[in-house]
Design a protein around this ligand. Structure first.
Ligand code: HEM
Length: 485
């Protein structure tokens, strides 16, 4: 990268760091001086500057965020205020709160990520755009992830999963399950979404994305050798690589050797806004980066939680195995199709129950675009609103909520009250990747249970979470291939 641009970026980041520090230091004072609406939600802003961040992060890491929330719900009710590093935040916890977030338009609640996170995904990521622009970009992404489009890709996905599993396990007695599953999901996504299949290239990108994602949960100090600094440097290298891929793909679209529906890159290059303009280069790349992040850490969380469950729960393993044996016996050539995925019903019940207890994403943030009245309180303009999956532990909808019981999801007649079960969010920002996640999980489980045996090297390894739920020690497992019958 050009050194002048580099040093400008560096200066800009140091300036932002200083500005953020000053803002945090004086933010508290500003909030004290600024008149507040009389009917703010109850709650506590915690300590000066950090607010309640330390306690919240501690609860996340201990896997007890619901307990942290529960204590506050008992004290203040289902809607309460808090503060994270000077960011005034309202946490909404029940189905009514979820409905409020999922059904409010952009004019009231805007999608919102904290500034250091925005520098990682990019300022033109889908998370940052609103209104017609959001609809346009989301339409392109969601169109590619719809069941009708995914169906065509299932044979390819299946053969990639099979091949990558073998490669990860071959010649080894044990592997770190989480990393194995993450790499498989990453490589399958690269092939499906971006048509990238070269192993060397995807290995390099995998390492870069690992650095990038670490920056999301690091202290955002942009000084050489900090985790955050390395994440931004990784973003720059990923940007350059995607930029070259974009040029090559544009060329191939022009000469007709690639069509707009072939992958997400071709789709993004082909869409036009209402004035007939193409998306700028940065917007496409920011969205490719966002898509990799959105798909592979959440998916990895679910897949790892599934593999852990099967290793520690004989009864569930037996039922899943029976289901897959039957489906395999009915397949024409051993290659699953969309209708086979739909037949893997019990597998999906297990996945849904795992996402209820340990949701891959705990929730997400919005920002109040104006003063908003909700449930008798006023949420001031500029405050954050955090919706959470706390409803997953609601006793009325999920009796004995701590108990793992996939049969809760069996049978079409059983449906839960609206806005109770929300692992994929809801409304206009709901996850467009839920079908893709289902296909990917089902195929990984299928090839694993039919061809491998595994056991946990850390018995009863608990689930913890940073932003995502994951096994505390990254799931070291002993794994071996079954003898062919
Ligand atoms: C188990 C897997 C997954 C879970 C639990 C999950 C969960 C979520 C959640 C909770 C949100 C935020 C919704 C909100 O704020 O209301 C979200 C957004 C998003 N997810 Fe997923 N996700 C998963 C997999 C995927 C996959 C596989 C993809 C793509 C291939 C994907 C792409 C996205 C995108 C693009 C958004 C932003 C949507 C927007 O702002 O309009 N996700 N996801």
């Amino acid at each position: 990268m050009d050194s002048a641009i580099y040093s400008n970026t560096q200066t800009a980041f140091i300036a932002v760091f200083v500005a953020v520090t000053v803002a945090v230091l004086f933010g508290g004072l500003y909030h004290k001086l600024k008149p507040s609406p009389p009917n703010l939600p109850p709650g506590s802003f915690g300590f000066p500057i950090v607010g309640e961040l330390i306690g919240w992060v501690r609860a996340l890491n201990a896997g007890t965020p619901y307990k942290w929330i529960e204590e506050r719900v008992a004290r203040y009710g289902p809607i309460f205020k808090t503060s994270f590093m000077g960011n005034r935040t309202v946490i909404v916890t029940g189905p009514v709160g979820n409905k409020f977030v999922f059904t409010s338009g952009d004019d009231a609640l805007k999608s919102h990520q904290f500034k250091p996170v925005v520098y990682i995904f990019g300022e033109q990521s889908i998370f940052e755009v609103h209104g017609a622009r959001h609809k346009l970009v989301r339409g392109a992404i969601a169109g590619f992830l719809r069941p009708e489009s995914l169906q065509r890709s299932i044979p390819l996905m299946s053969s990639l999963v099979k091949q990558y599993l073998l490669k990860e396990v071959e010649g080894k007695e044990s592997v770190i399950g989480l990393i194995m599953l993450k790499r498989i999901a990453f490589k399958v996504s690269c092939a499906l979404l971006f048509s990238l299949t070269n192993d060397e290239e995807t290995d390099t990108l995998f390492n870069e994305f690992t650095l990038l994602v670490k920056g999301l949960w690091a202290i955002p100090i942009y000084l050489p050798f900090t985790v955050y600094y390395r994440a931004i440097a990784a973003r720059r290298r990923i940007y350059d690589r995607f930029s070259a891929i974009l040029d090559e793909r544009r060329q191939r679209l022009e000469d007709g050797s690639v069509s707009p529906n072939d992958d997400v890159i071709a789709t993004m290059l082909s869409i036009r806004d209402e004035e007939g303009r193409a998306l700028p280069r940065q917007e496409i790349i920011d969205n490719l980066i966002t898509l990799v992040f959105a798909s592979h850490d959440t998916g990895m969380s679910l897949n790892a939680s599934f593999v852990r469950r099967l290793a520690m729960d004989e009864v569930t393993l037996e039922r899943v195995y029976e289901e897959h044996t039957k489906i395999l016996s009915e397949m024409k050539d051993g290659t699953p199709t969309w209708s086979d995925i739909l037949k893997m019903k019990y597998t999906w019940c297990v996945a849904q129950e795992l996402m209820r207890i340990d949701p891959p994403a705990l929730g997400n943030f919005r920002k109040a675009a104006r003063d908003i009245d909700f449930n008798g309180y006023t949420i001031p303009k500029g405050w954050n609103i955090h919706w959470v999956t706390y409803t997953h532990m609601d006793k009325t909808a999920f009796p004995d909520p701590e108990k793992f019981d996939p049969t809760r999801f069996e049978g079409v007649s059983k449906s839960f009250p609206p806005y109770m079960y929300v692992p994929f969010g809801g409304g206009q920002r709901a996850c467009p990747g839920n079908d893709y996640a289902r296909v990917s999980l089902s195929l990984i489980v299928h090839h694993l249970v039919m061809n491998y045996r595994w056991s946990m090297l850390v018995p009863d390894e608990p689930m913890v979470r940073s932003a995502f739920a994951y096994p505390a020690m990254n799931l070291p497992i002993k794994i071996f291939k079954k003898e062919a019958a």
